[in-house]
Design a protein around this ligand. Structure first.
Ligand SMILES: [Zn+2]
Ligand SMILES: [Zn+2]
Length: 348
């Protein structure tokens, strides 16, 4: 089968590789229908984030079940969201919802990101993907949801979702500030999720005018980010999402978090250390959260929000293209590129 393989920065290649096979009764094989470029993929592809190749590329996908082991309840043809992290659903961490660190797999185990765990699990820009623990892993795509619209649900939308959903549940109608930037689509999805979940005020700050327009289309108020060291922001927010990935923005995020609020950093800060103004944080008192998303745990909430029609991730999508354009389109500067699989008619 064909597989998009990352070799080195600026070097992606379609390779012919052996197709995966069912190995045990709980396995499934799925065929990706739509694949979204993760914010991280852009930076790996262009070399800003240094991951050593070769490895299978792509990890946000809506797929179709092709074949199942005897113990799997899915019917071939069913459309499913595939969590990008592998998890068993049975271990202590999975039972607590911590599917980003399932004990059945090496830490960081994920599709399309071999360097995060050291183990190759295949990628989404392929004809087929191997899915173990399929009854636990795969989440059915609700009827009527366009696989292109939902393509990013298994990672970047889920990441934006978890940055706002739990504290808006605790504080219905709370205010949310998103500082956009490096994690381009995650910041926008966080703003869209906050609007969808009924936040009282959603402000999106970003120096990029095109992303501000997308945030406005999602229903957020959007403005330029005026970083002024030392000056107190005009407003403080119950929930703040920092997607910018730089120290000045993180400091602004700390200043903008209300006492007893929640600050979530979804950007991957690329410097070895990042200063946090802890004295201010101490006196104010807030929760600071940063981690990889728990993809499997968050997916059902994301999909039901899409189904109820209040979340519109299509406003983040900057380009829809085919698998065959993936190498060129992988470094497109827009916030979200979605690749649609051509009908191949076979897995060979
Ligand atoms: Zn990702
Ligand atoms: Zn597990």
């Amino acid at each position: 089968m064909r597989q998009l393989t990352f070799l080195a920065p600026g070097r992606l290649e379609w390779q012919d590789v052996p197709a995966p096979r069912i190995l045990s009764a709980g396995d499934a094989l799925v065929r990706p229908i739509s694949v979204a470029r993760c914010d991280l993929d852009l930076y790996i592809a262009c070399g800003l984030v240094k991951y050593p190749g070769p490895f299978a590329f792509g990890h946000e996908t809506i797929a179709e079940v092709v074949e199942c082991g005897d113990a799997v309840g899915f019917t071939p043809g069913t459309r499913v969201a595939v969590p990008f992290q592998l998890s068993c659903g049975r271990c202590a961490n999975c039972r607590r919802g911590l599917t980003n660190s399932c004990e059945a797999y090496p830490f960081g185990a994920a599709y399309g990101l071999k360097p995060t765990s050291g183990r190759e699990f295949g990628g989404a820009l392929s004809d087929l993907m191997y899915v173990p623990f399929a009854d636990h892993m795969l989440v059915p795509l609700p009827k009527g949801i366009d696989p292109v619209v939902a393509a990013s649900a298994p990672d970047n939308i889920a990441d934006g979702w978890r940055a706002v959903a739990s504290h808006l549940k605790e504080r219905p109608g709370g205010s949310v500030l998103v500082i956009g930037g490096l994690a381009q689509s995650v910041g926008l999805y966080a703003a869209g999720c906050a609007v969808a979940l009924g936040a009282g005020r959603v402000l999106y700050l970003d120096d990029d005018a095109a992303r501000r327009d997308r945030a406005a289309a999602l229903g957020a108020a959007a403005d330029e980010l005026a970083l002024d060291e030392g000056r107190a922001p005009e407003e403080q927010f119950d929930g703040v999402v920092e997607a910018a990935g730089d120290e000045a923005s993180l400091a602004f995020a700390v200043r903008s978090t209300a006492p007893n609020g929640v600050l979530t950093s979804v950007a991957i800060h690329l410097t070895a250390t990042t200063a946090i103004p802890l004295t201010r944080a101490y006196y104010k008192g807030f929760t600071f959260h940063t981690s990889r998303v728990n993809s499997r745990t968050e997916l059902p909430g994301v999909l039901s929000c899409l189904e109820c029609g209040s979340l519109h991730p299509q406003h983040v999508t900057s380009r829809v293209t085919s698998f065959s354009e993936a190498i060129e389109a992988m470094t497109d500067p827009g916030p979200k590129v979605i690749f649609v699989a051509e009908k191949t008619g076979g897995s060979a």
